[in-house]
Design a protein around this ligand. Structure first.
Ligand code: BJW
Ligand code: ZN
Length: 245
């Protein structure tokens, strides 16, 4: 199966990837759903939404500061490095990720589209002020905007919020032209990200899923590789290197 997937990648004209939290699981970052999924004792729907932030910004900020701490000190794993190498080889054109960590970039990926924002970014709830952070804010006190004094918030996309329109548009353009997509480490339930592989499929492209568990995407996937992203991606990469050597 891995050989077939490696061959399909090598024969593809325009190959893209969609990644989710499972790709960072082997870096010690918990997923949102599924086995071992849960950030602390909370479900994402409880805290990753504007209503929760309006009701109790300190509770939401403490959760994010704690997650930032964990994510900033994590290291990329074999899956992140494999995607970066496939891009360097000229095979992978664009990496679309739902992840709010920066492990793809730290592994060397260049063309990355972050659909759900980034934990490295903090933005003002009132003015246009938005900036990158090196360290998580110490909460309490609640972090405030230096320009206007309003409350700051994490630069991520919460439920019910629009995805960054320019990024989403680029992601849609990528899947419109792609003839192969690897979908790794996502439960494929959060929209609109979950619909991107369906567009590749609709155009006759190949969908490859890498996930230890079945997802709603599994029934339409051409290949479902049941395993951890780091291990499976490493195997695929080894086959590709072997063919090219
Ligand atoms: C491994 C592994 C290993 C483990 N290797 N794999 C259409 C229909 C129904 C609802 C909607 C719809 N359109 C929009 C909605 C509403 C909503 C939505 O999708 N709801 C559904 C849940 C029902 N979507 C939105 O609100 C989006 N906005 C939007 O569409 O705006 C327009 C609009 C607004 C209002 C109404 C209608 C339209 C915004 C979505 C924002 C998602 N935000 C979050 C939080 C980000 C900030 C933060 O981090 O705190 O993004 S939620 C959370 O889920 C996070 C993730 O990016 C996202 C996806 O999760 P992901 O990556 O799939 O992770 P998991 O944990 O779910 O799965 C991990 C997988 O890995 C599992 O399958 C494991 O088996 C696997 N795994 N170890 C490989 N080693
Ligand atoms: Zn401001």
């Amino acid at each position: 199966m891995v050989e077939d997937v490696a061959d399909a990648i090598l024969s593809s004209r325009y190959f893209v990837a969609l990644t989710g939290a499972g790709v960072s699981a082997e870096s010690g970052i918990p997923t949102f759903r599924g086995k071992d999924g849960l950030w602390n004792k909370y479900r994402p729907e409880e805290l990753a939404n504007p209503e929760a932030f309006a009701k109790d910004p300190e509770k939401v900020w403490r959760w994010y500061a704690w997650r930032m701490e964990k994510v900033f000190s994590a290291e990329p794993n074999k899956a992140h490095f494999a995607f970066a190498e496939l891009e360097k080889m000229g095979l992978l054109k664009t990496l679309i990720t739902q992840n709010v960590d920066d492990l793809h970039e730290r592994a060397g990926s260049k063309n990355v589209l972050h659909l759900h924002g980034s934990l490295r970014v903090v933005k003002c709830t009132t003015c246009k002020n938005s900036f990158e952070i090196e360290n998580p804010p110490a909460v309490p006190p609640l972090p405030k905007c230096e320009k206007c004094g309003s409350l700051l918030r994490p630069g991520v996309v919460w439920f019910g919020e629009m995805l960054p329109p320019d990024i989403l548009e680029r992601a849609f353009r990528e899947v419109e032209v792609a003839d192969l997509i690897i979908v790794a480490g996502t439960s494929a339930v959060v929209q609109p990200a979950a619909s991107l592989p369906l567009i590749v499929k609709r155009h006759g492209g190949i969908v490859i899923e890498i996930n230890p568990a079945e997802t709603p995407l599994s029934s339409i996937a051409d290949y479902s590789l049941r395993g951890k992203a780091g291990e499976v991606m490493e195997e695929i990469l080894q086959w590709i290197r072997k063919v090219l050597s």
